[in-house]
Design a protein around this ligand. Structure first.
Ligand SMILES: Nc1ncnc2c1ncn2[C@@H]1O[C@H](COP(=O)(O)OP(=O)(O)O)[C@@H](O)[C@H]1O
Ligand SMILES: [Mg+2]
Length: 225
């Protein structure tokens, strides 16, 4: 089943002389259970595509369908994207966007309790992920008290906690060493295989692409299909 469908998506930032064509008629399709890489150099439009798919960046025109529901069709279609994001999406951004006044554990638990998972269940699921990512010993610390690589792993645990149907990850291993990068990629693969999630991983690192079901190449805002 097709979970992510992007058709002829264009994004132009700014206007007039200051105009940047970030995305030009991009097409992309990700099936349930698929692990897809989006590979391209810095400035090629990768983050723009990802933030458009998770509905926090407004495309100029084109179409986005998520889990069979049109969310953008030359304009937002009016569906509740916040609910959709909370229930179906996990996102890992380059800035980790952890909530500074919640502990590591609370940051991961929050998305679960927002989705009506009981406190007990939320805590055990969150701890399990933190253990897997080797940061469980930091559970009571605040984001500012842990390293960049540790913050990245908390963001990853948070994105996976709700077993999302769509997982979007922007350079999720950038701040990690090779070994930990492999653990994270293993987790993403496991998520897609075991829960049928559609996973899109953005990277500019060619060495990252082994193990993906499919690789999309992007350059100057164009996806080579
Ligand atoms: N908010 C913005 N305003 C203006 N230009 C932007 C903005 N965000 C990105 N761009 C431009 O759009 C192009 C694609 O950027 P981006 O999607 O961040 O690429 P990547 O993630 O592949 O590095 C770049 O030329 C970048 O400078
Ligand atoms: Mg980027």
């Amino acid at each position: 089943m097709e979970v992510v469908r992007v058709e002829n998506l264009t994004k132009i930032y700014g206007r007039g002389d200051a105009q940047t064509l970030a995305l030009i008629e991009a097409n992309l399709s990700v099936q349930s259970g698929e692990l897809v890489a989006l590979l391209g150099p810095s400035g090629s439009g990768k983050t723009t595509l990802l933030t458009s798919i998770c509905c926090i960046n407004e495309p100029t025109n084109g179409r986005i369908e998520l889990d069979g529901v049109p969310v953008f069709n030359d304009g937002w279609t009016g569906i509740d994207v916040r609910a959709l994001r909370r229930q179906k999406m996990g996102v890992i951004f380059q800035s980790y966007n952890l909530i500074p006044f919640l502990t590591v554990l609370e940051n991961v638990e929050l998305i679960l309790t927002l989705n009506d998972v009981s406190r007990e269940e939320a805590q055990s699921r969150a701890m399990e992920l933190l253990e897997y990512l080797e940061i469980a010993h930091r559970w009571h610390h605040y984001p500012s008290e842990v390293s960049g690589g540790e913050q990245q792993r908390v963001a990853i645990a948070r994105a996976l906690a709700n077993r999302p149907k769509v997982l979007l990850a922007d350079e999720p291993t950038a701040a990690l060493d090779t070994e930990r990068g492999k653990i994270v990629m293993g987790l993403l693969r496991k998520l897609s295989r075991e829960t049928g999630a559609a996973v899109v991983v953005v990277t500019h690192d060619v060495r990252m692409v082994e193990g993906f079901d499919r690789v999309y190449h992007i350059a100057d805002g164009r996806i080579q299909n």
